[in-house]
Design a protein around this ligand. Structure first.
Ligand code: BV8
Ligand code: ZN
Length: 253
Protein backbone atom coordinates (compact mmCIF):
# COMPACT_ATOMS: atom_id res chain seq x y z
CA UNK A 1 0.00 0.00 0.00
CA UNK A 2 1.75 3.21 -1.04
CA UNK A 3 1.40 5.93 1.54
CA UNK A 4 2.37 8.65 -0.91
CA UNK A 5 -1.18 9.05 -2.31
CA UNK A 6 -2.80 11.78 -0.25
CA UNK A 7 -5.36 10.74 2.29
CA UNK A 8 -7.77 13.25 0.76
CA UNK A 9 -7.55 11.52 -2.64
CA UNK A 10 -8.10 8.14 -0.97
CA UNK A 11 -11.18 9.57 0.75
CA UNK A 12 -12.40 11.11 -2.52
CA UNK A 13 -12.17 7.73 -4.27
CA UNK A 14 -13.46 5.65 -1.33
CA UNK A 15 -16.80 3.84 -1.62
CA UNK A 16 -16.90 3.29 2.14
CA UNK A 17 -15.08 4.89 5.07
CA UNK A 18 -15.29 3.51 8.61
CA UNK A 19 -14.10 5.19 11.81
CA UNK A 20 -13.39 3.33 15.05
CA UNK A 21 -13.44 6.00 17.75
CA UNK A 22 -12.49 5.91 21.42
CA UNK A 23 -12.28 8.24 24.38
CA UNK A 24 -9.53 10.33 22.75
CA UNK A 25 -12.10 11.50 20.17
CA UNK A 26 -13.91 13.30 23.03
CA UNK A 27 -10.79 14.51 24.86
CA UNK A 28 -10.95 17.89 23.09
CA UNK A 29 -14.57 18.18 24.23
CA UNK A 30 -13.27 18.11 27.80
CA UNK A 31 -14.18 14.50 28.63
CA UNK A 32 -11.38 12.65 30.48
CA UNK A 33 -10.08 9.53 28.72
CA UNK A 34 -9.97 6.19 30.50
CA UNK A 35 -6.31 5.34 30.58
CA UNK A 36 -4.19 8.34 29.86
CA UNK A 37 -3.37 11.12 32.25
CA UNK A 38 -4.05 11.72 35.92
CA UNK A 39 -7.80 11.80 35.32
CA UNK A 40 -7.79 8.08 34.44
CA UNK A 41 -8.76 7.26 37.99
CA UNK A 42 -11.94 8.12 39.88
CA UNK A 43 -11.52 8.40 43.65
CA UNK A 44 -8.48 6.15 43.22
CA UNK A 45 -10.51 3.45 41.44
CA UNK A 46 -9.76 2.28 37.87
CA UNK A 47 -12.73 2.34 35.48
CA UNK A 48 -12.21 -1.38 34.82
CA UNK A 49 -13.08 -2.03 38.49
CA UNK A 50 -16.17 0.20 38.49
CA UNK A 51 -17.67 -0.54 35.06
CA UNK A 52 -18.55 -4.14 35.97
CA UNK A 53 -21.71 -6.03 37.00
CA UNK A 54 -19.95 -7.13 40.22
CA UNK A 55 -19.13 -3.56 41.24
CA UNK A 56 -22.79 -2.61 40.68
CA UNK A 57 -24.10 -5.64 42.57
CA UNK A 58 -21.71 -4.93 45.43
CA UNK A 59 -22.24 -1.17 45.72
CA UNK A 60 -24.80 0.29 43.28
CA UNK A 61 -24.67 3.68 44.99
CA UNK A 62 -20.90 4.01 44.47
CA UNK A 63 -21.25 3.07 40.79
CA UNK A 64 -24.15 5.48 40.28
CA UNK A 65 -22.13 8.25 42.00
CA UNK A 66 -19.38 7.67 39.39
CA UNK A 67 -21.89 7.83 36.55
CA UNK A 68 -23.64 10.82 38.13
CA UNK A 69 -20.40 12.80 38.16
CA UNK A 70 -19.71 11.83 34.53
CA UNK A 71 -23.25 12.83 33.54
CA UNK A 72 -22.90 16.19 35.33
CA UNK A 73 -19.60 16.83 33.54
CA UNK A 74 -21.05 15.73 30.18
CA UNK A 75 -23.78 18.40 30.42
CA UNK A 76 -21.14 21.08 29.78
CA UNK A 77 -19.43 19.17 26.95
CA UNK A 78 -20.06 19.77 23.27
CA UNK A 79 -18.86 18.01 20.10
CA UNK A 80 -15.39 19.22 19.06
CA UNK A 81 -14.04 19.97 15.54
CA UNK A 82 -13.03 16.32 15.22
CA UNK A 83 -16.65 15.18 15.58
CA UNK A 84 -17.89 17.80 13.12
CA UNK A 85 -15.10 16.96 10.65
CA UNK A 86 -16.53 13.43 10.39
CA UNK A 87 -19.93 14.94 9.52
CA UNK A 88 -18.20 17.01 6.78
CA UNK A 89 -16.39 13.96 5.38
CA UNK A 90 -19.61 11.88 5.50
CA UNK A 91 -21.25 14.46 3.21
CA UNK A 92 -18.61 13.77 0.53
CA UNK A 93 -18.23 9.97 0.56
CA UNK A 94 -20.89 7.39 -0.38
CA UNK A 95 -20.85 5.64 3.01
CA UNK A 96 -19.25 6.70 6.29
CA UNK A 97 -19.89 4.54 9.36
CA UNK A 98 -18.75 5.52 12.84
CA UNK A 99 -18.16 2.64 15.24
CA UNK A 100 -17.71 4.23 18.63
CA UNK A 101 -16.64 2.83 22.00
CA UNK A 102 -17.69 6.11 23.56
CA UNK A 103 -20.86 6.41 25.61
CA UNK A 104 -21.10 10.22 25.52
CA UNK A 105 -23.40 10.60 22.51
CA UNK A 106 -21.20 13.35 21.01
CA UNK A 107 -20.99 11.83 17.49
CA UNK A 108 -24.79 11.96 17.20
CA UNK A 109 -24.85 15.41 18.84
CA UNK A 110 -22.46 16.59 16.09
CA UNK A 111 -24.92 15.37 13.44
CA UNK A 112 -23.46 11.97 12.52
CA UNK A 113 -26.27 9.59 11.58
CA UNK A 114 -24.62 6.24 10.92
CA UNK A 115 -23.22 5.56 14.40
CA UNK A 116 -22.81 2.12 15.97
CA UNK A 117 -22.53 2.57 19.75
CA UNK A 118 -20.70 -0.59 20.78
CA UNK A 119 -20.76 0.21 24.50
CA UNK A 120 -24.15 1.93 24.85
CA UNK A 121 -24.98 5.46 25.94
CA UNK A 122 -24.37 6.91 29.41
CA UNK A 123 -27.40 9.22 28.99
CA UNK A 124 -29.74 6.20 28.91
CA UNK A 125 -30.63 3.89 31.80
CA UNK A 126 -32.44 0.57 31.88
CA UNK A 127 -34.40 -1.17 34.58
CA UNK A 128 -32.70 -4.08 36.35
CA UNK A 129 -36.09 -5.79 36.66
CA UNK A 130 -38.43 -4.95 33.77
CA UNK A 131 -35.78 -3.80 31.26
CA UNK A 132 -37.57 -0.50 30.53
CA UNK A 133 -35.17 2.11 29.08
CA UNK A 134 -35.34 5.74 30.21
CA UNK A 135 -33.49 9.02 29.89
CA UNK A 136 -35.17 10.90 32.74
CA UNK A 137 -32.84 9.43 35.35
CA UNK A 138 -30.04 11.96 34.93
CA UNK A 139 -31.07 14.42 37.67
CA UNK A 140 -31.42 11.62 40.23
CA UNK A 141 -27.98 10.27 39.26
CA UNK A 142 -26.38 13.73 39.42
CA UNK A 143 -28.00 14.19 42.87
CA UNK A 144 -25.99 11.16 44.00
CA UNK A 145 -28.95 8.79 44.40
CA UNK A 146 -29.81 5.45 42.79
CA UNK A 147 -32.40 6.19 40.06
CA UNK A 148 -35.42 3.90 40.22
CA UNK A 149 -37.87 2.61 37.64
CA UNK A 150 -41.64 3.14 37.82
CA UNK A 151 -41.79 -0.54 38.78
CA UNK A 152 -39.70 0.34 41.85
CA UNK A 153 -36.56 -1.60 40.85
CA UNK A 154 -33.10 0.02 40.52
CA UNK A 155 -32.13 1.41 37.16
CA UNK A 156 -28.62 0.76 35.78
CA UNK A 157 -26.65 2.76 33.20
CA UNK A 158 -27.51 1.48 29.71
CA UNK A 159 -23.86 0.82 28.90
CA UNK A 160 -21.84 -2.37 28.33
CA UNK A 161 -19.72 -3.21 31.36
CA UNK A 162 -16.59 -5.36 31.30
CA UNK A 163 -17.56 -9.00 31.06
CA UNK A 164 -20.90 -8.12 29.42
CA UNK A 165 -21.96 -8.87 25.86
CA UNK A 166 -22.26 -6.01 23.40
CA UNK A 167 -25.73 -4.99 22.15
CA UNK A 168 -27.29 -7.61 19.82
CA UNK A 169 -25.90 -7.30 16.34
CA UNK A 170 -23.56 -4.41 17.15
CA UNK A 171 -20.25 -6.22 16.65
CA UNK A 172 -21.56 -7.99 13.54
CA UNK A 173 -22.62 -4.66 12.01
CA UNK A 174 -19.32 -3.08 13.06
CA UNK A 175 -17.30 -5.97 11.63
CA UNK A 176 -19.12 -5.64 8.30
CA UNK A 177 -18.36 -1.90 8.27
CA UNK A 178 -14.69 -2.63 9.01
CA UNK A 179 -14.44 -5.34 6.33
CA UNK A 180 -16.16 -3.13 3.76
CA UNK A 181 -14.04 -0.01 4.33
CA UNK A 182 -11.61 1.39 1.77
CA UNK A 183 -10.30 3.76 4.46
CA UNK A 184 -10.46 2.80 8.16
CA UNK A 185 -9.66 5.44 10.79
CA UNK A 186 -8.58 4.37 14.28
CA UNK A 187 -9.21 7.61 16.13
CA UNK A 188 -8.55 8.25 19.81
CA UNK A 189 -8.40 4.74 21.13
CA UNK A 190 -5.70 2.82 22.96
CA UNK A 191 -7.09 -0.32 21.26
CA UNK A 192 -6.90 -2.42 24.44
CA UNK A 193 -10.64 -3.18 24.82
CA UNK A 194 -12.10 -6.11 22.87
CA UNK A 195 -14.00 -6.97 20.78
CA UNK A 196 -13.79 -3.31 19.56
CA UNK A 197 -10.02 -3.44 19.05
CA UNK A 198 -10.46 -6.60 16.96
CA UNK A 199 -12.03 -4.44 14.23
CA UNK A 200 -8.62 -3.08 13.23
CA UNK A 201 -7.17 -6.41 11.98
CA UNK A 202 -10.52 -7.15 10.31
CA UNK A 203 -10.29 -3.90 8.33
CA UNK A 204 -6.62 -4.43 7.48
CA UNK A 205 -7.07 -8.03 6.34
CA UNK A 206 -9.98 -6.97 4.13
CA UNK A 207 -7.71 -4.47 2.37
CA UNK A 208 -8.57 -1.15 4.02
CA UNK A 209 -6.05 1.69 4.18
CA UNK A 210 -5.76 2.00 7.97
CA UNK A 211 -5.04 5.41 9.50
CA UNK A 212 -4.24 5.92 13.19
CA UNK A 213 -5.10 9.37 14.61
CA UNK A 214 -3.56 9.51 18.08
CA UNK A 215 -0.79 11.57 19.71
CA UNK A 216 0.48 8.34 21.34
CA UNK A 217 1.39 4.87 20.06
CA UNK A 218 -1.23 2.19 20.71
CA UNK A 219 -1.72 -1.57 20.46
CA UNK A 220 -3.09 -0.97 16.95
CA UNK A 221 -0.18 1.15 15.66
CA UNK A 222 1.65 -1.80 14.07
CA UNK A 223 -1.44 -2.54 11.94
CA UNK A 224 -1.74 0.96 10.50
CA UNK A 225 -0.65 2.10 7.02
CA UNK A 226 -0.49 5.74 8.07
CA UNK A 227 0.10 7.04 11.59
CA UNK A 228 -0.63 10.65 12.42
CA UNK A 229 0.52 11.67 15.89
CA UNK A 230 -1.91 14.61 16.03
CA UNK A 231 -5.03 15.19 18.10
CA UNK A 232 -8.23 14.15 16.31
CA UNK A 233 -9.72 17.63 16.75
CA UNK A 234 -6.82 19.04 14.72
CA UNK A 235 -6.14 16.29 12.16
CA UNK A 236 -9.67 15.43 11.06
CA UNK A 237 -10.70 19.02 10.25
CA UNK A 238 -7.49 19.35 8.16
CA UNK A 239 -8.42 16.31 6.07
CA UNK A 240 -12.05 17.36 5.83
CA UNK A 241 -10.89 20.70 4.38
CA UNK A 242 -8.47 18.98 1.97
CA UNK A 243 -11.23 16.65 0.78
CA UNK A 244 -13.68 19.54 0.34
CA UNK A 245 -11.06 21.43 -1.74
CA UNK A 246 -10.30 18.34 -3.85
CA UNK A 247 -13.98 17.71 -4.56
CA UNK A 248 -14.52 21.38 -5.41
CA UNK A 249 -11.57 21.25 -7.87
CA UNK A 250 -12.95 18.07 -9.45
CA UNK A 251 -16.37 19.70 -9.85
CA UNK A 252 -14.79 22.83 -11.33
CA UNK A 253 -13.32 20.53 -13.98
C1 BV8 B 1 -16.94 -8.84 26.06
C2 BV8 B 1 -18.65 1.43 28.80
C3 BV8 B 1 -17.75 -11.02 25.67
C4 BV8 B 1 -18.73 1.61 30.27
C5 BV8 B 1 -16.55 0.27 28.32
C6 BV8 B 1 -11.62 -11.29 31.19
C7 BV8 B 1 -12.95 -11.48 31.55
C8 BV8 B 1 -14.00 -10.94 30.84
C9 BV8 B 1 -13.75 -10.20 29.70
C10 BV8 B 1 -12.42 -10.00 29.34
C11 BV8 B 1 -11.36 -10.54 30.05
N1 BV8 B 1 -10.20 -10.15 29.45
C12 BV8 B 1 -10.50 -9.39 28.39
C13 BV8 B 1 -11.83 -9.32 28.31
C14 BV8 B 1 -12.58 -8.62 27.31
C15 BV8 B 1 -12.86 -7.23 27.86
C16 BV8 B 1 -11.63 -6.38 27.62
O1 BV8 B 1 -11.35 -6.09 26.47
N2 BV8 B 1 -10.91 -6.00 28.69
C17 BV8 B 1 -9.71 -5.19 28.48
C18 BV8 B 1 -9.55 -4.21 29.66
C19 BV8 B 1 -8.52 -6.12 28.33
N3 BV8 B 1 -13.97 -6.77 27.09
C20 BV8 B 1 -15.21 -6.93 27.55
O2 BV8 B 1 -15.49 -7.37 28.65
C21 BV8 B 1 -16.30 -6.56 26.56
N4 BV8 B 1 -17.27 -7.62 26.50
O3 BV8 B 1 -15.82 -9.16 25.78
O4 BV8 B 1 -18.03 -9.69 25.98
C22 BV8 B 1 -17.49 -11.69 26.99
C23 BV8 B 1 -18.53 -11.78 27.88
C24 BV8 B 1 -18.31 -12.45 29.08
C25 BV8 B 1 -17.05 -12.97 29.38
C26 BV8 B 1 -15.99 -12.82 28.45
C27 BV8 B 1 -16.21 -12.18 27.27
C28 BV8 B 1 -17.01 -5.30 26.99
C29 BV8 B 1 -16.04 -4.13 26.94
C30 BV8 B 1 -16.82 -2.84 27.14
C31 BV8 B 1 -16.42 -2.17 28.43
N5 BV8 B 1 -17.11 -0.89 28.54
N6 BV8 B 1 -17.23 1.42 28.42
C32 BV8 B 1 -18.42 3.03 30.66
O5 BV8 B 1 -17.87 3.79 29.85
O6 BV8 B 1 -18.75 3.37 31.81
S1 BV8 B 1 -14.96 0.28 27.79
C33 BV8 B 1 -14.25 1.81 27.97
O7 BV8 B 1 -12.95 1.65 27.41
C34 BV8 B 1 -14.87 2.93 27.14
O8 BV8 B 1 -15.93 2.53 26.31
C35 BV8 B 1 -13.70 3.37 26.27
O9 BV8 B 1 -14.08 3.97 25.11
C36 BV8 B 1 -13.08 2.05 26.07
C37 BV8 B 1 -11.77 1.88 25.40
O10 BV8 B 1 -10.91 2.82 25.90
P1 BV8 B 1 -10.43 3.93 24.85
O11 BV8 B 1 -11.65 4.51 24.20
O12 BV8 B 1 -9.41 3.38 23.96
O13 BV8 B 1 -9.88 5.03 25.82
P2 BV8 B 1 -8.43 5.06 26.48
O14 BV8 B 1 -8.48 6.06 27.58
O15 BV8 B 1 -7.96 3.66 26.75
O16 BV8 B 1 -7.48 5.63 25.31
C38 BV8 B 1 -7.67 6.95 24.85
C39 BV8 B 1 -6.71 7.11 23.69
O17 BV8 B 1 -6.95 8.38 23.12
C40 BV8 B 1 -5.26 7.06 24.10
O18 BV8 B 1 -4.55 6.23 23.20
C41 BV8 B 1 -4.79 8.52 23.95
O19 BV8 B 1 -3.44 8.60 23.50
C42 BV8 B 1 -5.69 9.01 22.86
N7 BV8 B 1 -5.97 10.45 22.85
C43 BV8 B 1 -5.97 11.32 23.89
N8 BV8 B 1 -6.30 12.56 23.43
C44 BV8 B 1 -6.51 12.43 22.08
C45 BV8 B 1 -6.29 11.10 21.71
N9 BV8 B 1 -6.41 10.67 20.44
C46 BV8 B 1 -6.76 11.58 19.51
N10 BV8 B 1 -7.00 12.87 19.78
C47 BV8 B 1 -6.88 13.33 21.05
N11 BV8 B 1 -7.11 14.64 21.32
ZN1 ZN C 1 -38.80 -1.53 35.89
Amino acid sequence: MTVERSLASRLRDARAVTVLSGAGMSAESGIPTFRSGVDALWRGRRPETLATPNAFAHDPLLVWRWYGERLAHLRACRPNPGHTALVRIAALVPHLTIVTQNVDGLHRAAGSTRVIELHGDIRRARCTACGMRRTDHVDAAIAGTIPRCVCGAMLRPDVVWFGEMLPDGAIEEASAAAAGADVFFVAGTSAVVYPAAGLVPIAREAGAFVVEVNPEPTDASSLCDLIVRTPAGVLLPQHAAELEALVARDQAG
